[in-house]
Design a protein around this ligand. Structure first.
Ligand code: KIV
Ligand code: ZN
Length: 519
């Protein structure tokens, strides 16, 4: 019998700490439902004390998720633990995840606490968390740079206080696989009550080794991996869920454990998270990148045609890549459209929603002869990326560029229902469109990132544009898609402005100003 490897997804907590990846309550509920379909064991839905909005989001996730444990992060102080405990109260299975930093640099410079006070806070708050749930996890932040003797003491005390999961984070992505595996062996041997807890690994990707380090910990006996969809997360990100799951599954000859994940839901989860957060997936990303199963060289193509396993160690369909079939055309009717949505797992809430979606499909079919599955997904992704209160909407756009002329754009937008127009010239038609929008919105935002991906192939393919804006230290990502790249760009810019308009004050649990003051 293989042991179970617990998959702890922190896309909605650590992933949300990526610049501009803030998620609304509805976003979190949508992602949580997909994570449940993916059969992850634990969903860390947020950090309840960070804002009333995040508290509500965790409560909403706890109310809808039935098959996965719903978890909230908490710093080792009474207020955080109480908020986390209250947020998960409605869950079928709820967990409180208490953490405190244990490395000399964090204890001295950030917490300004002596090691004994850190140990005391850990024990006190783990006990407090047990008042809300039996399922309490304890993490020693920056374990990678902590003194091993101190780690052994604090982990032993946390287990004694009631922690069932002990998480060892490489907070700064500093370790290497051999050392990380050896640390687990040492901890699990030296902590006297180690057998009463599940050992967990949480790795960051600053040196590109988050997945390798996590797998080394698993080899050494860790039975929970903390990871995120698409490897999203603080700075360079966390260990990527899809890579961990597929590595353990594909190399079942070397791993003595298995996950319960339904891998066929991986690509859908990846696309949803990318759309909601505005973080595109790089084409050469393992498992979920557009090229992950594409064979370019003639020799490889020939090999795969003769015998697939010559160059493929996984099957695309096993992780949820469909063949991106030609789906519908201009003449397809409403019932074919509805059936296709059902087949793709796209939820349609009501007849009105179906009618609106059908109208958008027809508009796309007028511009694009062949509609593929991915086109339909993009049509609905656009909707998923739209905040509930939409301040600005694109009404129309004219863009003109000609050799030797400065490109021009004229835009009409709806500004809280009132139509306004502007024109501008720029370094290209996209720049001209952005300048025209800015002349209307006067947001004063700075453009940090602009990227375009094609959704399907061919010159009439839809382009998916990501725009990252910043203002007064806040960062937001906007997305838009269309067969016309300038239109997709304008949609993405307006989407980012709409997100900027949604008020959000959150405390980053690890760097926030409050984090420095509170234990
Ligand atoms: O990286 C880290 O140390 C964390 C902890 C809060 C678990 O995210
Ligand atoms: Zn982390």
């Amino acid at each position: 019998m293989q042991q179970q490897l617990i998959i702890f997804d922190t896309t909605m907590r650590d992933g949300e700490q990526s610049p501009g990846a803030a998620m609304s309550r509805d976003d979190k509920v949508r992602i949580a439902k997909q994570l449940e379909k993916l059969r992850v064991d634990v969903i860390e839905a947020g950090f309840a004390a960070s804002s009333p909005g995040d508290f509500e989001a965790i409560r909403a996730v706890a109310a809808v998720v039935k098959d996965s444990t719903v978890c909230s992060l908490a710093r080792a102080n009474d207020n955080d633990v109480t908020r986390a405990g209250e947020a998960i109260r409605g869950a079928n299975a709820g967990r409180v995840h208490v953490f405190i930093a244990t490395s000399p640099i964090h204890m001295k410079a950030k917490l300004r606490m002596e090691p004994e006070a850190v140990l005391e806070a850990a024990v006190r708050t783990v006990k407090l968390a047990r008042n809300y749930t039996d399922d309490v996890e304890f993490s020693a932040e920056d374990a990678v740079r902590s003194d091993v003797d101190f780690l052994c003491r604090i982990f032993e005390a946390a287990i004694k206080a009631g922690a069932r999961t002990i998480n060892v984070p490489d907070t700064v992505g500093y370790s290497v696989p051999e050392l990380w595996g050896a640390l687990f062996t040492q901890l699990m041997t030296r902590v006297p009550n180690a057998g009463q807890a599940i050992w967990s690994t949480h790795c960051h990707d600053d040196l590109g080794m988050a997945v390798a380090n996590s797998l080394a910990a698993v080899m050494a006996g860790a039975r929970q991996v903390e990871c995120t969809i698409n490897g999203l997360g603080e700075r360079a990100g966390n260990a990527s869920l899809e890579e961990i799951v597929m590595a353990v599954r594909t190399r079942s000859d070397v791993f003595t454990c298995a996950t319960r994940v339904d891998a066929t839901q991986i690509v859908a989860a990846s696309k949803l998270v990318s759309t909601i957060t505005g973080y595109p997936v790089q084409p050469n990303k393992a498992v979920v990148g557009a090229n992950a199963f594409a064979h370019e060289s003639g020799i490889h193509q020939d090999g795969v045609l003769k015998h697939r396993e010559t160059y493929e160690i996984m099957r695309a369909e096993d992780v949820g890549w469909n063949a991106n079939r030609l789906t519908l055309g201009k003449l397809s009717g409403r019932s074919a459209f509805r059936n296709k949505l059902l087949e793709l797992g796209i939820p349609v809430a009501s007849d009105e929603a179906l009618n609106a979606a059908f109208a958008r499909f027809k508009a796309l079919a007028d511009k694009k002869r062949e509609i593929f599955d991915d086109d339909l997904q993009a049509l609905f992704s656009d909707e998923a990326a739209t905040p509930a209160t939409e301040h600005y909407k694109l009404v129309s756009l004219v863009a003109h560029s000609e050799t030797g002329e400065k490109p021009y754009a004229r835009i009409v937008i709806s500004d809280d229902g009132r139509e306004r127009s502007a024109e501008a010239r720029g370094d290209g038609p996209v720049d001209a469109a952005f300048q025209a929008i800015e002349s209307l919105a006067s947001s004063g935002s700075e453009l940090l990132l602009y990227s375009v991906n094609n959704i399907t192939t061919g010159s009439d393919a839809q382009g998916e544009v990501t725009v990252r804006l910043t203002k007064d230290g806040r960062i937001v990502n906007g997305m838009g898609s269309d067969t016309d790249i300038v239109v997709a760009s304008a949609k993405a810019y307006l989407n980012a402005l709409n997100k900027m308009a949604v008020k959000s004050v959150r405390v980053n649990p690890q760097y926030g100003t409050e984090a420095a003051a509170l234990p």
